[in-house]
Design a protein around this ligand. Sequence first.
Ligand code: SAH
Ligand code: SF4
Ligand code: F3S
Length: 466
Amino acid sequence: MTQETAVLSAKPEMALESAAVRKVFVKTYGCQMNVYDSDRMTDALAKDGYVATDVMEDADLVLLNTCHIREKAAEKVYSALGRLRELKKKKAGEGREMMIGVAGCVAQAEGDEILRRAPAVDLVIGPQTYHRLPEALKRVKRGERVLETDYAIEDKFEHLPAPDKAKTRARGVTAFLTVQEGCDKFCTFCVVPYTRGSEVSRPVAQIVSEAQKLVDGGVREITLLGQNVNAWHGSGPNGEKWGLGELLHRLSEIEGLARLRYTTSHPRDMDDSLIAAHRDLPQLMPYLHLPIQSGSNRILKAMNRRHTTAEYIALIARIKAARPDLALSGDFIVGFPGETDEDFADTLSLVETVGYAQAFSFKYSTRPGTPGADLEDQVPEDVKANRLERLQALLLKQQHAFAEQCVGKTIDLLLEKPGRMPGQLIGRSPWLQSVNVDAKSSQIGDIIRVRITGTGPNSLFAEVVS
Ligand code: SAH
Ligand code: SF4
Ligand code: F3S
């Protein structure tokens, strides 16, 4: 007799409760880490009979997995909560209960304020305590408003269920896997060290076992995640020190795992073995997200980035020497306090020097509690807007140039999902571009040879090479 049936026969009323289907609607904001966490929370709730729904109105539980990185991101949460309050009221009028939970980085940063400003919220849960979610919901059911935002001492990953085969299959042939969480870098603009806590690396065995499970569920490409993913460190089988390079080697031994990526990296944590992995592992895709934030050394210093533009450029040269077809992506902030026209011109010229395949850029957003918020010389909004527009125009030009330069090339394409037209699939290039190609849906998960024939606004077109 399994443990489950033992429980069933002992407590029939509990069996009834756990058999009832409840629906959870999860809305995810922010970075890939939140995407990963949302799936883990959904998996944890499945044990209590929750199934995921895409229809908010049907949900017994609505979870907002929030982002605190810029003011706008945080504001979105409060306006969503305003709408949810109305829905909760409407459903209560129909005799249906709906619980509202706020997770993620806003929960961590402003938990008390959320409970004060939004009386409809039943539960606030920070990223370090997701494994306590089922228990927290039980407390809500007993009438409590729950705040779980301490930096948990237990390892949440030990307790959160790894993705099972069926769910993995439903989620597709590419997957995220968090290997590291938190940040000790304290860039002066950034909330992450406060919302995600200090750097923690998951142990090798846990990561390998989760990767194997993903592959068993049909995943062909895994992106390792961390706020500073290349700060990951662990121990090998004989207790030797491992960095991300060694971990990638280990993961590349998993049969059927065709592609590996990792994001986001900090330039200071790119060590020799990680660079060598780009040379030695064909599974490791030639695409690297390596943010620098600014092209001005003065601003980099004020940001506490602890690297210079020259070091960054030299680093890229070393990685490209190891993997010549490597393409780069990055993040930029314009209008950090004290940024002058010359500083901004330095950013443009760095972008010209490096040449990005793709990049994200943002106006500096003052975040309460970070050292940047107290700096004088905040840059006026219109100056920030103008700089952002100029930077984005240059980055977009580079993105298009990179796409154009792919035309005529024969590449490997991982077929990922149905395309917009019947008979078409969308695949992923080694450089993370979406590529449209004629193929059968039974081929999803295959890697095929295609020739790039043209470019569209956000994707490429290709034909199969026989
Ligand atoms: N750990 C990563 C990225 C974290 S946040 C790294 O170190 O690069 C993602 C991006 O958001 C950052 O790279 C930065 O460009 C941007 N960002 C962070 N804080 C910001 C702020 N206060 N204002 C504007 N952009 C910000
Ligand atoms: Fe934020 Fe800097 Fe840490 Fe990245 S390295 S998460 S930008 S503090
Ligand atoms: Fe946002 Fe938190 Fe990610 S602030 S970017 S959700 S780490």
